[in-house]
Design a protein around this ligand. Structure first.
Ligand code: HEC
Ligand code: HEC
Ligand code: HEC
Ligand code: HEC
Ligand code: HEC
Ligand code: HEC
Length: 484
């Protein structure tokens, strides 16, 4: 008889060994892989610099910044208001200017011209003495990104692909929301198990056929043979080892696939839907320097940080009916922004002429961008209050060139530079776990001291004082901490 129990046991054993090693293996994998995702900074090293200048920026981010700030006057390959900027770093440095000079120019070209800098004067005059807008708000890193883009533009196809990717993510989310996440996991698991089963059944079937053949008379057998029905059995005998090998490999791959898929499922980085009112974080949080918590006060105290109610907006906008700011996104004018403020008024039923509410309201349906599945427990205050110092320090250590001052940016990216909020990180399980593995807990935090006092003493004893204690050591990678 076919000893299926033996195979079943072997299979289980293999799966068991695999799952336990893959946890270890993956732990490293994630640690290696993820910083890229978490850091969300300039990894792109450049080999394009012909003049031996090092361009440390990220051309893809640069592409966005270029679109937002420069396309009103520049293209890469044609003269518009200003000269073409493709390969501009190479040109200017070959003319003997430094990278600092280019940074200064972009921040405030007129200051350079007025300081009597001969090269600045020369290009100003060559271009008909048209004044280039100053960009005091661009950080050094932003400028590096833009310059990396001008020297090394990702092809057009890439940016078209980005739009498409955005669309796809939206569809993916719509789909994902339609079907319960856990059921997807279960179904996928089943499909893989099912395939493994089919393979096993085939083996069993072939075995049974062999037994059947044994009980047949030689005549019957030779008849079958003469009918040239090639028995699967022969194939099986020939390729027995190969077949078993394939099954073992399949089981391994399935296990690996499931685990990896769980760690990195739902990568939404880059998701950037247009909202019903064009609310610019850059104008509010960036240029007008509003604190994030002015509007997202829940982040400090609660599990969710919430989108502010329109009353919060009206605290200011009763007195701000139109946009008079200096800053304009390319292709947009002040009327556009004023129109958006009018949308706010019509939503809350405010009549700016009489300064009264009409009572007629049309709620604004903000499109939710970040959204964890229901079975995940994520608490903002744990991170924004207890973890604040640890997270800021951890991030700045990993990104010495791109430091943050506000804890929110570690996870949400530089929201204060975004006109439209974009998902800046993966927000996968692997992303959470990676940060927990690499961020040192702030043991002196008073909130923590009270909460973890005993645990911390024990950890200090176990690991020795002064040792690095990362979030995983306090339970930050236990399934139950993040899953109900
Ligand atoms: C309002 C139009 C305008 C905008 C917006 C603008 N520029 Fe310019 N830019 C010019 C003009 C005009 C010149 C030519 C020099 C001059 O007349 O001052 C110039 C020159 C330059 C030069 C020097 C070119 C050379 O040939 O040496 C660089 C570099 C540059 N711009 C970068 C940028 C970047 C980067 C941005 C976006 C962050 C930007 N500019 C946005 C108008 C603009
Ligand atoms: C003046 C009010 C205001 C301020 C200040 C503000 N926000 Fe917002 N925020 C909003 C509104 C309104 C939305 C919803 C519309 C949108 O997505 O742009 C939002 C959306 C967001 C979202 C996306 C929410 C989602 O759907 O997942 C994040 C993340 C966010 N804000 C973070 C920040 C951070 C970080 C800061 C500080 C740098 C900040 N906000 C400052 C009003 C504000
Ligand atoms: C703390 C005060 C304050 C709050 C709160 C506030 N705004 Fe503004 N808002 C401003 C200022 C200042 C400007 C820029 C006005 C200017 O430069 O002339 C502005 C500009 C705008 C604009 C035009 C620029 C853009 O972002 O597209 C819109 C639309 C707008 N606000 C909507 C909102 C909405 C919606 C809310 C509530 C979620 C809100 N504001 C909350 C102060 C505020
Ligand atoms: C440790 C990472 C992390 C930090 C730090 C963080 N957030 Fe979040 N934020 C998240 C995650 C994860 C979600 C999705 C939560 C969900 O869907 O339940 C989220 C969602 C949001 C949302 C959407 C509404 C909601 O609550 O689900 C807003 C708004 C927001 N964050 C603002 C902020 C602000 C403001 C700060 C800083 C005070 C901040 N966040 C700090 C990870 C973080
Ligand atoms: C940028 C780094 C960072 C990211 C990303 C991050 N966390 Fe954390 N998390 C921390 C830190 C730091 C602490 C410890 C806070 C403290 O000192 O109590 C923590 C603590 C926790 C705890 C409490 C652990 C315990 O043992 O009590 C939970 C639960 C948690 N995080 C869930 C999540 C989830 C879910 C995500 C992903 C959606 C996430 N975190 C993403 C940094 C991060
Ligand atoms: C630090 C927080 C954290 C820890 C610890 C954690 N998870 Fe998760 N897990 C998440 C988040 C966040 C998601 C949702 C990811 C998404 O939807 O993109 C998730 C998703 C999942 C899913 C469902 C995938 C899906 O979307 O269908 C499973 C199953 C899962 N985790 C199992 C585990 C197991 C088993 C452990 C313990 C080994 C564990 N998790 C530990 C944060 C965590």
């Amino acid at each position: 008889m076919f000893n299926w129990i033996k195979y079943y046991k072997r299979g289980l054993l293999a799966l068991g060994i695999f799952l336990s090693t893959s946890m270890l293996y993956n732990a490293q994998d994630v640690a290696e892989e993820a910083p890229e995702a978490t850091q969300n900074t300039q990894e792109a090293t450049d080999d394009s610099s012909s003049a031996g200048i090092e361009l440390k920026g990220d051309p893809e981010k640069g592409a966005d910044l270029f679109k937002q700030n420069c396309t009103a006057c520049h293209t890469l390959d044609q003269k518009l208001v200003g000269p073409p900027l493709g390969g501009i770093v190479e040109k200017i440095t070959q003319d003997g200017q430094s990278m600092e000079w280019i940074h200064q120019w972009i921040k405030n070209s007129q200051a350079l011209v007025k300081s009597g800098d001969p090269y600045a004067k020369k290009i100003f005059e060559e271009n008909g003495s048209v004044v280039m807008t100053p960009f005091p708000n661009l950080s050094e890193a932003d400028i590096d990104d833009i310059l990396a883009y001008t020297s090394n533009p990702p092809d057009e196809a890439a940016s078209a692909a980005e739009d498409q990717a955005n669309q796809q993510i939206a569809e993916q989310i719509a789909k994902k929301n339609a079907v319960d996440n856990t059921s997807i996991a279960v179904i996928d698991g089943f499909i893989i198990l099912f395939l493994a089963f089919v393979a096993l059944l085939t083996l069993i079937y072939v075995r049974v056929r062999k037994l059947e053949n044994l009980s047949k008379t030689p005549e019957e057998l030779s008849k079958e043979k003469s009918n040239k029905i090639l028995s699967l059995n022969n194939i099986y005998e020939k390729y027995k080892l190969v077949g078993q090998g394939i099954i073992v490999v399949l089981v391994f791959l399935a296990g690996y696939g499931i685990w990896n898929w769980l760690m990195w499922i739902g990568v939404y980085k880059g998701y950037k839907p247009e909202q019903p009112i064009h609310f610019s974080h850059k104008i509010h949080a960036g240029i007008n320097k509003m604190d994030c918590q002015l509007c997202h006060s829940g982040a400090k105290y609660g599990k969710v940080s919430e989108i502010p109610s329109l009353n919060v907006c009206m605290n200011c906008h009763k007195a701000i009916p139109e946009y008079k700011g200096e800053y304009l996104e390319p292709g947009r004018d002040r009327d556009f922004y004023t129109g958006e403020i009018q949308k706010l008024y019509s939503a809350v039923g405010w009549d700016p002429a009489t300064m009264t509410y009409s009572g007629e309201t049309h709620p604004v349906e903000w499109i939710r961008i970040h959204n964890m599945p229901d079975f995940v427990y994520f608490n903002h205050s744990q991170h924004v209050v207890a973890g604040e110092k640890a997270i800021i320090e951890g991030f700045n250590k990993k990104n010495p060139n791109d430091k943050i001052d506000v804890v929110c940016k570690a996870c949400h990216g530089k929201i204060d530079t975004m006109n439209v909020v974009q998902m800046a990180n993966d927000f996968t399980m692997g992303w959470c776990i990676d940060c927990h593995r690499t961020t040192e807990v702030d043991m002196d935090n008073t909130y923590n001291q009270a909460y973890f006092e005993k645990l911390h003493d024990k950890l200090k004893k176990d690991y020795g004082t002064g040792a690095k204690i990362t979030v995983d050591a306090i339970g930050g990678i236990e399934c139950g901490k993040c899953h109900y």
